[in-house]
Design a protein around this ligand. Sequence first.
Ligand code: KG4
Ligand code: ZN
Length: 357
Amino acid sequence: MQKPFVLFLGYYPPAMLVLGIETSCDETGVALYDTEAGLLEHRLHSQVDLHARYGGVVPELASRDHCRRLVPLVEEVMADAGMLPGDLHGVAYTAGPGLIGALMVGATFAASYAAAAGLPAVPVHHMEAHLLAPLLEAEPPEFPFVALLVSGGHTLLVDVAGIGRYTVLGTTLDDAAGEAFDKTAKLLELGYPGGPALAALAERGDAAAFTFPRPLTRRPGLDFSFSGLKTAVLVEARRLREAGAWDEGARADMAASFEAAVVETLVIKCRRALETAGRGRLVVAGGVGANRRLRESLVADVSARGGRVYFPRPEFCTDNGAMIALAGALRLAQSGDQPRIVARARWSLEELPAVAA
Ligand code: KG4
Ligand code: ZN
């Protein structure tokens, strides 16, 4: 990635090594990021199996599992990188938004680890980390850009003038895009988490079989609404069941048609956001950013207009420690020396302070 500091008279600031901790929902992520050498190590423990039989994340179980996993994962990452706590310059952790109990586990662990090693603890905004995640890739985007953040909890279009210089252009009025995938997957009798399962079923279906709405695309504006789309699928599913036509083929066609509706809606809104903000670069991040059809459709649409789309690799679209370590490294100078325990279930991106370029 680009060196984040202005250099003069041949003086190179020392590399900063940051440990990143992610515990905002159902993944425990730990990573080590070096401002010169890039990402050194990262590990992820997914709680998918733990929550699968409940059909969604159970907050208390999530908190307890983060407690169990954090120490061994951190020990593994540090040992594999050949690092000791004294080699670090800071410990970054997700301070929000997210599940408050899960956040508290990560925040308390990170602040304690930092205090024991005499290091600053850096609270990181989870959505800022998602939108900066493409900076982990070999060809990172330059600022400014528009970011589409599509996860299980958020659907946001953000104009990004620089680090901490964010203007929210649009958001969802009801369900998040990932939530719409998950709820529709449930209607289609697919397992949890629904997004990847629905996308896999859609590969075998006909996207033109059903015409589902493209919500809020016909009127101006950059907000989203996905709950009506989910209802349209529900109504169609009932009709098919009553007609005795609820088979594997029909479900695959519904999955493909639903996915096409979400993808087309997101493509239309991204095009509009780039035009409104006068930007050529689009960053796509968050779990739904791993969706193959969405990636292909956005690349086709944006490049046809002379722009360019940047994604993190699919494993860094979903929650991970690498993006937290990176965002923490970029905000290290602002963190102060006192380890702080910050956990906020709700937190707007627009509240973040800017970081000088
Ligand atoms: O960013 P993320 O890991 O966690 C949150 O912060 O929410 O996003 C998880 C969401 C889930 O709703 C999941 O179903 C969705 O991302 N997702 C997908 C795909 N992979 C993950 N949705 C559609 N297609 C995918 N391939
Ligand atoms: Zn996330």
